[in-house]
Design a protein around this ligand. Structure first.
Ligand SMILES: NC(=O)c1ccc[n+]([C@@H]2O[C@H](COP(=O)([O-])OP(=O)(O)OC[C@H]3O[C@@H](n4cnc5c(N)ncnc54)[C@H](OP(=O)(O)O)[C@@H]3O)[C@@H](O)[C@H]2O)c1
Length: 379
């Protein structure tokens, strides 16, 4: 075990002129951090510096208890993901410190690693499931030992680690019916699907929805949420994922490698675009008048929306404990099953990033960080 002096010196270094965490967060908000449209980050250089700093701050100010984490010191390919000893973060105020059992990998993690944030070091990861280790003095919702899952905000990051810190309002009790790996797969992807379908589109029973990318992280949740709402679901995926679409309950699966969706789909109430490429541009004509397109990979074109008499919007998903609570109910009543195509140990993070970067992942890829309580030799 490393001594405190040897712990990742770059992470412990104080950065001049940035003051306390609260002050920094205020300044960050003032700089209007915008995280939207396929995670295209419209951030000023100042915001980028602040976010990178915030992401490592819990580590920088921590007591010197070590933990293992994946640290990015500079942008690049999967090889820049380093497995290191760093100081454990601490929970302050309304923070909870989570002993992480599993962390999911999202496309945004790949963008971050590739340098959308120019200032490192940074511990990436926005999806975790684990157990509350410690609570800040203003925490009212959780106590030590609670099994929870959380959607760490873009500013927080830090999920690829043995311990992570988040606000209590970014976490909820973990669904009881699934293990930590399946719980970790849920927060960011399923919240995105929920915010698109329910909050932006107001999807209701009897409506018809077309979901582009029905077999992916967001898509597999979107299909199941839409079915749980009583909607008719049309979804696209490649040949290899047609069976998965059927298993998820899709009423009309479409193989995009053999069929152009616009040839077989007309007059839907709602399109969820969870794919990059030309699917958004080809979708305007398949929505009925007054219907809506929500795109999580780029803003719809206002001129096209007007031409077709439809509405449209982009979406920047954000953590919301209330959504996690709703999702946990749907999981525990069997309405949603998280689809996890691979579970890899934390040290295999590079492989997980390669898979996600392919843009053809089935469901989610999850990193296993620790054995659940009661199954580890230290318990
Ligand atoms: N705006 C936001 O807040 C937000 C939040 C989350 C995600 N996103 C973005 O949304 C996108 C989807 O996220 P994700 O986590 O679901 O990614 P993902 O898990 O990597 O999605 C991959 C899925 O997309 C499918 N796919 C690829 N090309 C397709 C096509 N032409 N037509 C239909 N399906 C296709 C793949 O199916 P096949 O293998 O069968 O091709 C695969 O199952 C990403 O670009 C991500 O960055 C944005």
């Amino acid at each position: 075990m490393l001594g405190s002096q040897e712990l990742a010196p770059t992470l412990q270094k104080k950065r001049p002129g940035l003051g306390r965490r609260g002050e920094t967060l205020r300044r960050c908000r003032d700089n209007e951090l915008a995280y939207a449209n396929d995670m295209r980050l419209s951030l000023s250089i100042n915001s980028l510096r602040l976010i990178a700093w915030i992401a490592v701050l819990p580590v920088a100010s921590a007591a010197q208890t070590p933990m293992k984490a994946i640290v990015i010191h500079s942008s690049g390919g999967p090889e820049v993901l380093k497995y290191e000893d760093v100081p454990r973060p601490q929970a302050k105020d309304d923070d909870i410190l989570i002993r992480v059992m599993a962390a999911a990998v999202n496309p945004v993690d790949v963008f971050i690693r590739e340098g959308r944030i120019t200032h490192f070091p940074l511990i990436p990861g926005m999806d975790v499931a684990g157990v509350v280790e410690e609570t800040g003095n203003k925490v009212t919702k959780f106590k030590r030992g609670d099994a929870i899952y959380a959607y760490l905000s873009f500013e927080e990051q830090g999920g690829y680690a043995e311990f992570a810190v988040t606000k209590q309002d970014h976490a909820a009790l973990k669904p009881k019916s699934v293990d930590f790996e399946h719980a970790a797969a849920v927060p960011l992807a399923a919240t995105t699907a929920w915010q698109a379908l329910i909050e932006k589109a107001g999807l209701s029973a009897g409506q018809t929805v077309l979901i582009h990318g029905g077999s992916g992280g967001v898509g597999t949740f979107a299909v199941q949420i839409a079915k749980a709402r009583g909607a008719k679901v049309i979804a696209t995926a490649s040949t290899a994922n047609q069976d998965l679409l059927k298993k998820l309950g899709v009423d009309q699966p479409i193989d995009y490698t053999t069929t152009k969706f616009e040839d077989v789909v007309k007059n839907v109430d709602f399109v969820l675009n969870a794919v990059r490429g030309d699917t958004l541009a080809r979708s305007y004509g398949v929505v009925k008048k007054g219907g809506i397109i929500v795109s999580i990979t780029g803003e719809p074109d206002p001129a096209e929306l007007e031409k077709h008499g439809i509405r449209g919007t982009g979406l920047g998903a954000h953590p919301d404990a209330k959504v996690l609570e709703e999702l946990a109910k749907l999981i525990d009543t069997g309405k949603i099953t998280p689809i996890v195509s691979a579970v890899m140990p934390l040290v295999d993070v590079a492989k997980a990033h390669q898979q996600i970067a392919s843009r053809h992942t089935r469901g989610k890829v999850v990193l296993k960080v620790a054995e659940p309580p009661g199954q580890s030799p230290r318990d």
